[in-house]
Design a protein around this ligand. Structure first.
Ligand SMILES: [Zn+2]
Length: 221
């Protein structure tokens, strides 16, 4: 039961942060309180707004116009709920740190995904990272350093450069989380980025969603 509640909190947080980011930072969708379908602009019923449940009941297609619903929000809700359940914060400090870090990652990943930019202010939300990363700082893995450097160069080469925000993000993760968490993040992030067709078509790749997922995985392994 406790795990279930933790999952719901993670999923609801993702749903809320993504809606707010889309409306206020990206200016996608209405500024009113009612949410509308992206295609037919029909106001959404309450059950369509329930994180994950609404998407699943509708089979990924709008109840009224049958157009495909953008899966970004539901994907993030699933990842956030699952991650928070696996991490299961033990006290109030850990809970607050997790919620702040998740909100910051969700905001940056969403603006990067849709518009290829991040708001530098949202980087501040990464500051509680040391409270939830348990691995101590160490510079011993030379092979990992070389591998990470090669992978970053490859991604930069294929996707026409790594964006400014990505570099700041990576430096912050290195400073706040330590070397081991950093190279795991880059390793997993690059691995995921290589699955994106955009990389192979030499288009600008939203790299932060992949790196954020890499960071979340590296915190719990
Ligand atoms: Zn519709």
């Amino acid at each position: 039961m406790e795990h279930f509640i933790t999952f719901i909190i993670g999923a609801c947080l993702a749903s809320f942060i993504i809606t707010m980011t889309q409306r206020h930072l990206l200016q996608i969708g209405p500024l009113t309180t009612r949410s509308l379908c992206d295609h037919c602009k029909h106001p959404l019923a309450w059950w369509q707004l329930v994180p994950l449940v609404g998407f699943t009941i509708q089979g990924g297609r709008c109840h009224w116009c049958r157009q495909r619903i953008d899966p970004w929000s539901s994907g993030c809700e699933l990842i956030c709920g699952t991650w928070l359940t696996l991490y299961s914060p033990s006290d109030l400090i850990e809970w607050l740190a997790c919620l702040v870090v998740l909100s910051s990652l969700l905001t940056m990943a969403t603006t990067d995904w849709y518009a290829c930019w991040i708001n530098p202010l949202t980087l501040i939300g990464l500051i509680p990272l040391p409270m939830i990363v348990l691995v101590p700082f160490s510079f011993t893995n030379l092979w990992a350093y070389l591998l990470v450097t090669c992978l970053l160069l490859l991604v930069a080469l294929f996707s026409h450069g790594i964006g400014q925000g990505d570099v700041e993000w990576l430096v912050l993760v290195l400073v706040l989380c330590g070397w081991r968490c950093y190279w795991q993040t880059v390793l997993i992030g690059c691995g995921l980025a290589f699955t994106s067709p955009k990389l192979w078509r030499h288009q600008r790749l939203p790299f932060l969603p992949y790196l954020s997922l890499g960071l979340l995985v590296s915190i719990i392994i």
